[in-house]
Design a protein. Structure first.
Ligand code: PMV
Length: 318
């Protein structure tokens, strides 16, 4: 996250995130691995002036997103401003906050955390305050609770940290990787439902405790072993673990037909591994490829299979 502060105007920048292993299982205290998606950034600008609270985000201009998603994004943005002002103990007569850039909301890319993180930092900076990592985390979490009820905290870190993270039991640590893996994120174009998916897994666990715990334990082991694969650059092994993680998430009931279609298309086109990413029941999937040629053919295959967008995780696009 980079920020600037000059004369009553300040900015904050965050990015999307992609979970490569461990979503849902992370809710039960297991580890997860997430990478920043620097090609999808958000910039918040806070400006003191005017009267009252005036928040403008890209999501306030309804285009292709569902009305309820847009209403939630609006609520989140305003909550981020008011919670940050409350934390700072200030009551401005007027503040204008605008967010530019675009992370598609409700796709498992951490949009709500990224919006909250960028706004919190911009608002704090406009008062000359630099939030600590912990303060920023707590503010983002306070907003995430509006969106997800009981967020694990993964998104709050992953949308602000500059490199890949290992996240476990509320703590994020930088993850050592031998080289940046070639990851592609593809959007089904269908809104995901994180809180609904988290609820489904919890209910399934209540009715089938030992079977679900076995799946969650296996996902935890996959994440732990994948950390080793990334450290040693064993991408073939990593891809196999992503495939198995996807099967587990399907068994947990959080996949959806459009996700299955893109996962299959990417594997057939040569992906080393592919899985849904984030909450599921829609949203995005992530594929691992091993060359520029594979990146091209897998991207084309996913677009031909119905993906609305494909973003490279490993490339920084200004
Ligand atoms: O859909 P997202 O980007 O909010 O990711 C959710 C990840 C979960 O593990 C399903 C929930 C969580 O709080 O970690």
């Amino acid at each position: 996250m980079q920020e600037t502060s000059t004369n009553g105007v300040a900015t904050g920048t965050t990015h999307a995130k992609v979970i490569v292993l461990g979503e849902h299982s992370v809710v039960y205290g297991n580890p997860a691995i997430a990478f920043p998606v620097h090609s999808l950034q958000l910039h918040a600008e806070a400006r003191l002036g005017g009267t009252g609270l005036n928040v403008v985000t890209p999501f306030h201009e309804p285009r292709e997103e569902r009305e309820e998603t847009l209403a939630l994004e609006r609520q989140l943005s305003e909550t981020a401003v008011t919670n940050t002002l409350e934390f700072l103990g200030v009551r401005p007569t007027g503040i204008e906050v605008s967010v530019t850039g675009m992370i598609p909301p409700a796709r498992g890319l951490g949009s709500s955390a990224a919006v909250a993180g960028a706004i919190a930092q911009a608002v704090a900076r406009v008062y000359g305050r630099e939030l600590t990592r912990d303060e920023r985390f707590e503010l983002v979490q306070s907003v995430e609770r509006v969106a997800h009820g009981t967020p694990s905290g993964l998104d709050a870190y992953a949308t602000t940290e500059q490199g890949p993270i290992w996240f476990e039991r509320g703590v994020a640590k930088p993850l050592r990787v031998l080289s940046q893996p070639r990851l592609l994120v593809a959007d089904t174009g269908i809104v995901g439902h994180t809180s609904e998916a988290v609820r489904r897994v919890r209910e399934l666990r209540e009715s089938s405790r030992s079977a679900v715990d076995a799946l969650l334990d296996e996902a935890a082991q996959l994440a732990a072993d994948a950390g080793h694969d990334l450290a040693t650059g064993d991408l073939v092994a990593l891809g196999l673990k992503m495939n198995r993680n996807h099967a587990i998430l399907s068994e947990l009931g959080v996949s959806a037909d459009p996700l299955e279609t893109l996962v299959s298309a990417s594997r057939q086109a040569g992906a080393l591994g592919a899985k849904l990413t984030g909450g599921g029941l829609g949203g995005c999937m992530v594929a691992l490829v091993d060359s520029e040629a594979a990146e091209q053919s897998v991207s084309e295959a996913m677009l031909a299979a119905g993906a609305k967008h494909v973003w490279p995780v490993h490339k920084e696009i200004a």
